[in-house]
Design a binder for this molecule. Sequence first.
Ligand SMILES: Cc1cc2nc3c(=O)[nH]c(=O)nc-3n(C[C@H](O)[C@H](O)[C@H](O)COP(=O)(O)OP(=O)(O)OC[C@H]3O[C@@H](n4cnc5c(N)ncnc54)[C@H](O)[C@@H]3O)c2cc1C
Length: 324
Amino acid sequence: MTLHPFTYHRAESLADAARALGTPEAAPLGGGTDLLVAMKESLVRPETLVDLRRVPGAGDITLHPDGSARIGCAVRLATLATHEGIAERYAALAQAAAAVGTPQLRTMGTIGGNLAQRPRCWYFRGGLPCFKNGGSDCLAERGENQYHALFTDGTCHAVHPSDPLVALTALEASVEVTGTAGTRTLELAALFDGAGRNARGETTLATGEFISAVLLPASAAGGDQFYEKLMQRGAWDFATVSLAAHRRVDGGVRIALGGVSLTPYRVNSSVEEDVATGGLDDDSIDALAERAMYDAHPLEHNGYKVWQAQALLRRALRRLDPRA
Ligand SMILES: Cc1cc2nc3c(=O)[nH]c(=O)nc-3n(C[C@H](O)[C@H](O)[C@H](O)COP(=O)(O)OP(=O)(O)OC[C@H]3O[C@@H](n4cnc5c(N)ncnc54)[C@H](O)[C@@H]3O)c2cc1C
């Protein structure tokens, strides 16, 4: 594994970063924990790496008095995991950041890079001719698919590897996207729209655009929120299935599952509404956990993920019931 020659550009401002990223041959650089590996594996061959870590504000966490927040794209996962204000307001995000890989990865990895990291599917990473590598088929669909998705649009069956993204989905975060035309806000669903069909990445970011910040709405603060992750090994592993849940201060419930699709899977809103109403007994909890997974399409080797998701859901539903 060798690295091809490339140019390093340390961006001095958002506009400078957007300008430097204005060609398809340039890539944003956060901690480099995924990008440099992908380059060594020849999955990507950017000619210029645009380092976002010195952009003013990129490393800042701003907690607004109304409960909303702005997290700069270069904030380290270790910072998110240990920041008192984040833990107090957005416990699910702090727990998800703490659940990422190893201390070394959390120290180097940035939130922007964590959201934009590429899937871990072995067919894709192995350079085989799947959708993501320019082929016409998903090789996992009839292959070794024990870590693959239960919910897909029929194209790619890889899952998104991020823990924080699952928490951010339950907290209904959005991202601030900066490009040569300025800055815009995108909901996570819009950021990952069509993730399976896009071979260059999973996001809808255009050439020259990058995630400049993660934005948390006021409704994301407080309430009861948590993140749980199931792994094959006790540490240094990606989730087989994970769950982030939030009973908001206004009583609304939001639940997202990780490890089951190419973007975190937001549980059906009718399930969330029934949980918010509360008064659930064991039978209704079982029924809701089943209903939440009704649309799952297990492949030959990943049916266990349905059971894992239902187990996480049952536990979460008991905890979230306002009348429990
Ligand atoms: C052994 C191992 C175990 C791991 N376990 C976990 C785990 O349990 N949970 C988990 O969540 N992750 C896990 N990871 C993934 C790791 O968390 C990511 O590699 C890391 O978060 C990426 O962040 P980074 O800043 O290093 O990104 P980089 O490597 O710098 O970038 C990753 C990708 O994002 C792009 N990018 C970077 N910044 C931005 C931006 N601001 N806007 C748009 N695009 C951008 C880059 O161009 C590149 O394509 C693991 C990785 C390894 C190697």
